[in-house]
Structures are given as structure tokens and as C-alpha cells.
Design a protein around this ligand. Structure first.
Ligand code: NAD
Length: 440
């Protein structure tokens, strides 16, 4: 059993900490956000993530999981310290490491014996060494010497299925420089190891690169099918069939081949930009990724054009917006396509009735700039009532089974923009809708 501190209690830190405690370890989750910590102590979960609440509450009850703002106590009393703070994009697109390095400095300040410092945040190649340098220089200032190991252990969980992903990963990547660190990490992931989850043991730099390469590839795959979809629309092909047949080729796989309004979320947009920047910093170019970033921005604007071209002048028209989070089963709206598409439509005079099962709280502040154009609705049909068009922006399950008769009655314009391709075009046309998908 390991004694673990997880510094940064966000989507990744909270999920990791909670599940590691469920594996039997003693875990202390640390955050600078006092409200978040005091809520967690009361069993209130700050994010929407299916299945997480029960795991947090259970392990907190059994005293395997605790929450604190006191990083000194957490560092002094634990042997393995995860860094899971944010690495948002800086102005030049690179990953901003200020939070990671500030945690590294705190670890150096409070270390009192051998520690394994595990970087779980997504960080550019070379960050492990920077963390090591920061800890070393802090120890030097303190005029003390303690042995420690830095490990890179990137996280591949997806929001919306984070619990399942963390407990059933395709692989666990561990980048380290000493056998002692590898053994300790194997103990941390013992439950998965026993279940024969592949462990990739490598050096720190390779582990850091694996995460960026994987995310950039997935972003590129989405962008690829989006661009194929755009051409499909022009040539009369159906991207759904194209993607399905492509995916049946085992070398390609059907995953991440769904055409839509562009990828969003807290990872792909920033990680693609950061990877392009890493390459540039070393005098290389990853042109595929640079193009992916630009094409993804274009895709969001294409959705705006799609709506405007179909409806004509949208000044004063009201659109029912179903879903604003970047994907279903999360309340996360970081870099969600809705944050570009809605303001662009608002500029052209559109009004919105918006419903999202979990995104309301985030949406209200993130769309503050166009609040005059938005009426927030409590359910799907309230959003659709008295509007000129229905726009599906996020494929929440409840939008997959709409009562089409009701939608037709409530929505005068009958325009139906299915930006996630969850309805069949022919069925929708037969039902009397002016249906527009992506690439169909
Ligand atoms: P987040 O913004 O949800 O959480 C970060 C947390 O760190 C916040 O609660 C913040 O208050 C806290 N924090 C900041 N500075 C701190 C400090 N000095 N001490 C203690 N706490 C501090 O971020 P996230 O989505 O969990 O992402 C964290 C990292 O994991 C990022 O590098 C991200 O790229 C990576 N990642 C995210 C996902 C995902 O789906 N969200 C998946 C894989 C990897």
C-alpha cells in the first residue's frame, strides 16, 4: 500500500486520487482552491463525471481519501506525490508550466525524505528535467539533501468516461530513471498490473512525448474525417458510410472517425498547439499538426456558414441549441466549439434558447459576452419551443431520441442542424424537417 499525495484536484487529479484510493492506497488530494476542498470534504463533487461521486464518498468515508489545501502536510506525510495541475496554453501556444513548477518548488521546500514525484499533467518534453532542477535548487537553498525520483506518468482518461478509462486503461506509461521508481510505480498501479494492463516502461522524455503524440494523432484523425465530410457534402457522398467502411479496416479503426463541428475540450486544442511549438523550438516542423490546428478552427466556422447559408438572414431568428459542452457526459466547456459558433451566430443577429443537461453552470459564465442573446432552458422541449431551428451541438444521449412530432410542432422553422450526425438524413427529410448534417 502506498501513501500518495495528488496535487491539483481537477478532472485528472480528483479522478486519479479517488481511484487510487479505491485501489487501497491512502491518498491526500491537494488543491489551492479552498472552496473546492471544503466541498469535497462534505462529499460535494465539483465536476460532473459519471460514477465518480460514489467512489469519492466511499473512500472518504473509509478514510483512504482526504482533501486538503495544506501542501506542506501532504508532502511531508506521503511518499509518492503526483502533480496533476493544469498546463494551459501560453500566448505563444506552448504549455504554461508555471503551476507545475510552483508545485515542484513546494515539494522541494517541504521534502523530508525520499519521494517519488510523478508528473501526471500533460507537459512538454524536458519538463521532467525542469521539475528535477527546481527541486534540486530548492533543496540546495535549504542546504539539505534528500534523494528523489521524478517520473512521467501521462494520463489518457477521457472526460465523461474517466472512471472507466482510469480503471481499464489500454496501457499505463511510466517514464523513470531508476529501478526503485519503477518498482514503486508498479506498486501504485498494482491492481491494474494484476489485471495484466500493459505497462510501458521508458525514459521520462519518451513518456512525455507519448502523450502529445497520442493526443495529436487523435485530433488529426477527427480533423481528417471532418475535412473528408466537407468534401462529401460537395460531391454527394455520405461521410457516415465512408467512415464506417474506413473503420472496418483494422489498420484504421472506427474510433475518432465521427465528423462534427470540430474538436474541443481541455486537451486536444492545447496539446496540438503545444506539440507544434515543441517541434518549432527544436527547429523541426510537424506540418500535419499545424494544419490540423488551423483546419479545426475552420471547421467551427463552417458550421456557422452551414446554418447561415441554409436559413438566409438569421437576424432576429431564434435557434434552439441542444448541448454546449465539448462532448456529452461532462460539464467541461473548455474550448468547446459552442464557444466559437454561438458568438459568431450572435454577431449575425441570432438569438438562442439553450439547453444542456450539465453545462448550464459553466455555460452561463463562459457565454457571458453574448448573454443578451441567450435564454437558458430547463429541458429540451422548452428550448425548442417557438424557435426557427434546432441545432444539435453535443450528442447527449437524451438528444438521440427526440420526439420528432413534438419537435416539428414546437419548432416553426423546421430547420434541423444535426452537427453530430445522430439522425438519419432520409428519415428526417421524410419527417418534414429541413435537415442538415455534417458530410451527409
Ligand atoms: P483542472 O483545471 O481541472 O485542474 C487543475 C487543478 O489544479 C485546479 O483545481 C487548480 O485549482 C489546481 N491547482 C493549480 N495550481 C495548484 C497548486 N499550486 N497547488 C495545488 N493545486 C493547484 O485540470 P485537468 O483537466 O485536471 O488537467 C490537469 C492536467 O492533466 C493538464 O495538464 C491536462 O492537460 C492533463 N490531462 C487532462 C485530461 C482531461 O481530460 N481533463 C486528460 C488527460 C490529461
Amino acid at each position: 500500500m502506498s501513501k500518495i499525495a495528488v496535487v491539483g484536484t481537477g478532472y485528472v487529479g480528483l479522478v486519479s486520487g479517488a481511484i487510487l484510493s479505491d485501489f487501497g492506497h491512502t491518498v491526500t488530494c491537494v488543491d489551492v482552491n479552498e472552496n473546492k476542498i471544503s466541498d469535497l470534504k462534505k462529499g460535494i463533487i465539483p465536476i460532473y463525471e459519471p460514477g465518480l461521486e460514489t467512489i469519492v464518498q466511499k473512500n472518504h468515508y473509509y478514510k483512504r481519501l482526504d482533501f486538503t489545501t495544506d501542501i506542506q502536510h501532504a508532502v511531508e506525510n506521503n511518499d509518492v506525490i503526483f502533480i496533476a495541475v493544469g498546463t494551459p496554453p501560453a500566448d505563444d501556444g506552448s504549455a504554461d508550466l508555471q503551476f507545475v513548477l510552483s508545485v515542484a518548488q513546494s515539494i522541494g521546500t517541504y521534502m523530508n525524505g525520499y519521494k517519488v514525484i510523478v508528473d501526471k499533467s500533460t507537459v512538454p518534453v524536458g519538463t521532467g528535467q525542469k521539475v528535477k532542477d527546481m527541486i534540486n535548487s530548492t533543496l540546495l537553498e535549504r542546504e539539505v539533501e534528500y534523494p528523489f525520483d521524478v517520473v512521467s506518468n501521462p494520463e489518457f482518461l477521457r472526460e465523461g468516461s474517466a472512471v472507466q478509462d482510469f480503471t481499464h486503461p489500454d496501457r499505463v506509461v511510466i517514464g523513470a530513471e531508476s529501478q526503485r521508481a519503477f518498482e514503486i510505480m508498479k506498486e501504485v498501479y498494482r491492481v491494474l498490473y494484476l489485471n495484466e494492463t500493459p505497462l510501458v516502461e521508458t525514459n521520462i522524455e519518451t513518456a512525455e512525448m507519448i502523450k502529445y503524440a497520442a493526443n495529436a494523432f487523435l485530433a488529426m484523425k477527427i480533423t481528417f474525417i471532418n475535412e473528408i465530410a466537407n468534401v462529401c457534402e460537395k460531391v454527394g457522398a455520405d461521410v457516415q458510410k465512408v467512415a464506417k467502411a474506413m473503420g472496418q479496416d483494422g489498420r484504421i479503426s472506427p474510433k475518432f472517425l465521427h465528423a462534427g463541428p470540430g474538436y474541443g475540450g481541455s486537451c486536444f486544442p492545447k496539446d496540438t498547439m503545444a506539440l507544434a511549438k515543441i517541434a518549432q523550438d527544436y527547429g523541426e516542423t510537424i506540418s500535419l499538426i499545424e494544419t490540423t490546428v488551423k483546419a479545426n478552427e475552420r471547421q467551427k466556422m463552417k458550421m456557422v456558414d452551414k446554418i447561415v447559408n441554409a436559413m438566409g438572414d438569421i437576424e432576429g431568428k431564434t435557434l434552439a441549441i441542444l448541448g454546449i459542452t465539448f462532448k456529452p457526459n461532462t460539464d467541461d466547456m473548455r474550448d468547446a466549439p459552442s464557444l466559437v459558433i454561438l458568438p459568431e451566430l450572435a454577431k449575425r443577429g441570432a438569438k438562442f434558447k439553450v439547453y444542456d443537461p450539465e453545462g448550464l453552470k459553466e455555460g452561463i459564465w463562459r457565454l457571458e459576452g453574448i448573454k443578451e442573446s441567450i435564454t437558458w432552458s430547463e429541458n429540451t422541449y422548452e428550448a425548442i419551443e417557438n424557435t426557427d431551428a434546432t441545432v444539435i451541438l453535443t450528442e447527449w444521449n437524451e438528444f438521440r431520441t427526440l420526439d420528432l412530432d413534438k419537435v416539428r410542432d414546437l419548432n416553426g422553422g423546421r430547420f434541423f442542424f444535426d452537427l453530430r450526425n445522430i439522425y438519419n438524413k432520409n428519415v428526417m427529410l421524410d419527417e418534414g424537417f429541413k435537415y442538415y448534417g455534417v458530410g451527409v
